[in-house]
Design a protein around this ligand. Structure first.
Ligand code: FA5
Length: 334
């Protein structure tokens, strides 16, 4: 009889542990507890029936049922703790505690180059120039040939070019300047033309405090009957007054660009030193003829300026390389 009781206690233990292993949620665990450890559960029922066993079997049966109760209670406690841990880990990711204080988000801002460009474009838009944009990956013919820069002209060396495909018939490059937008615009429309065109340019060059290999330019072009050099100067003085205020000194000097005649460069005083911010001039008649304009009827001026250089002068930034080094300590100051 005592052997039978032991065998059935072992069976009970196996059955209890199997069904405990199958209980995965807190509610299933609770059902299990009621079924095995509850007042009317399997174990209590058996313990109560110990009294009806023959006297010589009672001690052994009672002791083994009590051992089982202790071990099942321990197994149950462990299962409860494991389940609550895994239930905690599977809390839905969108659950949140509404009582926690809010976290301040990181607000982004415009890049200083972009801010400067918008300001400059705004000045020219006010003067009636329309903003147009064009390709960064450009054809050689637009970047050089149609700007009166022949194949063997040394001016090509002035702007070391990053080539994308030199083997194709129409050679492809990363534009070294925004001047191709002069041609693209004039090809599409008849005078009067008044546009500004911002965008990235690339040159294979050694960098220093005022030279990057990647930088922005803003091109400007005005073509109409009767446009003269004084229109160019008046427009650029107005631009400088609006961007730098009336007190800043600016200087026009003769310079050479194959697509203008005469050509100038414009520099701004920066702590006693002249820093060049743009090239400009009267559009060369050959460029006008190349797009089918009558150069005896129309004249025009063009300019190409570097917004990073202008931002340096305006905000006293000592090194152009800060703009694209992606350092938040610099970028977040704007
Ligand atoms: C040109 O690129 C001419 N296309 C400008 C032009 C347009 C002349 C229309 C006449 C008529 P330049 O290479 O000087 O010229 O560059 C013009 C401006 O771009 C410079 O004054 C400077 O502000 C900026 N720039 C040029 N190279 C760099 C560079 N490596 N890093 C930063 N800014 C640059």
């Amino acid at each position: 009889m005592a052997e039978n009781a032991t065998a059935s206690t072992q069976e009970l233990e196996r059955a209890a542990l199997d069904s405990l292993a199958a209980a995965k949620s807190e509610s299933q665990l609770e059902e299990w507890r009621v079924a095995y450890l509850g007042r009317r559960g399997e174990l209590s029922t058996r313990l109560r029936s110990v009294g009806s066993l023959p006297p010589e079997d009672r001690r052994e049966a009672g002791a083994s049922l009590n051992r089982l109760k202790i071990s099942l209670t321990a197994a149950f406690d462990q299962a409860v703790s494991d389940t609550s841990k895994s239930e905690r880990q599977t809390v839905p990711s969108d659950a949140f505690d509404i009582t926690l204080p809010g976290r301040r988000g990181n607000l982004g801002g415009l890049h200083p180059s972009e801010m400067m460009m918008r300001e400059i474009l705004g000045v020219f838009n006010d003067m009636g120039f329309q903003t147009v944009e064009g390709p960064i990956v450009e054809l050689e013919i637009y970047n050089f040939d149609m700007l009166n820069i022949p194949a063997d002209h040394p001016a090509r060396d002035l702007q070391d070019t990053l080539w994308v495909d030199r083997s194709s018939k129409d050679k492809i490059l990363l534009r070294t300047q925004t001047s191709p937008m002069q041609i693209r615009t004039m090809e599409k429309q008849k005078p009067p033309v008044r546009i500004v065109s911002p965008g990235l340019c690339f040159r294979h060059e050694a960098t220093d405090a005022t030279h990057e290999w990647q930088f922005h330019q803003i091109e400007g072009l005005a073509v109409d009957e009767g446009i003269t050099m004084s229109d160019l100067k008046g427009t650029l003085y107005e631009f400088a007054r609006r961007i730098f205020g009336t007190q800043r000194k600016i200087r026009f000097r003769c310079d050479y660009f194959p697509f203008v005649e005469p050509g100038v460069d414009v520099s701004v005083d920066w702590n006693g030193r002249w820093v060049e911010i743009m090239g400009a001039g009267m559009v060369h008649p050959k460029v006008l003829e190349g797009v089918g304009y009558d150069s005896s009827k129309y004249t025009g001026f063009a300019f190409g300026m570097g917004p990073e250089r202008i931002a340096m002068l305006k905000y006293d930034i000592e090194d152009i390389r800060h703009f694209f080094s992606n350092d938040l300590r610099f970028l977040s100051q704007f």
